[in-house]
Design a protein around this ligand. Structure first.
Ligand code: ZN
Length: 240
């Protein structure tokens, strides 16, 4: 079987300027995610970053991407609208998209969902418990009743998203908030998964359970078909 081709896109700014982030991700965040995915059977992951030409998302790269993973935070507005449109077209044609953490405010996520995608947040380093409420879903395969992250940033409701096709994880935070932390949608032929964990100043992508969810999500989001949009004038099949 052909491997699932994954492109891990990272804005790659915090790792350059923040000592704490550099220390947690000396090998940079996108490489940590891609390396973990490359250890999984049947997945071949490469990386792309904001400062590369066309943000590393050339037509050729997109042609060779079954599932795109997106991490962005401080530079959402630097992503060219033209590139966002190309990615959106690919998702509508069938490419999978996994949006992580602060990618909730990315142009591509907001454009595909059509809402503000705003939420409440607090950087307090407290505990999060993500409850697995769809244990039969492929994304939660091998995950127990919950995942616990000892230190994280809080994201709370209301999360301004359209009602998900499937709500996979609900988070509880030590401060009393809750959050829809794992959500799926389909747009066109493409599958979209939003997964909340991933704040850059905590070692979230070193957590095997978080990587397991992302790996499962890659397998779930791989294209069923890739189909270019058309709007044909259609002759009748029957005599009318
Ligand atoms: Zn964050």
């Amino acid at each position: 079987m052909k491997p699932i081709k994954v492109t891990v896109w990272n804005e790659f700014r915090h790792e350059k300027i923040n000592e704490k982030v550099k220390k947690i991700y000396p090998d940079v965040m996108h490489a940590v995610i891609a390396n973990s995915l490359n250890k999984a059977e049947g997945i071949k992951a490469v990386t792309a970053t904001l400062d590369q030409p066309r943000h590393g998302l050339t037509d050729k790269v997109l042609e060779n991407t079954d599932v795109l993973i997106w991490w962005g935070h401080m530079a959402h507005n630097e992503v060219a609208d033209e590139v966002v449109e190309k990615v959106k077209t690919k998702v509508l044609e069938g490419m999978g998209l996994i949006v992580l953490h602060s990618g909730h405010f990315s142009k591509i996520f907001r454009s595909l969902l059509g809402t503000n995608c705003s939420l409440r947040w607090r950087e307090d380093g407290q505990k999060e418990r993500l409850w697995n409420i769809e244990p039969a879903h492929p994304i939660t395969e091998g995950i127990g009743e919950y995942i616990e992250l000892p230190h994280t940033e809080m994201y709370g409701e209301r999360f301004d998203i359209p009602t998900p096709d499937k709500l996979i994880f609900i988070s509880w935070f030590a401060g009393g908030e809750v959050f829809r932390s794992g959500c799926t949608w389909q747009r066109g032929h493409g599958k979209i998964f939003y997964f909340r964990p991933g704040h850059e100043t905590f070692p979230i992508f070193h957590d095997p359970q978080i990587i397991k969810v992302i790996t499962n999500a890659v397998r779930w989001a791989k294209p069923t078909i890739m189909k270019k949009d058309s709007c044909p004038n259609s002759p009748a099949l029957e005599k009318i």
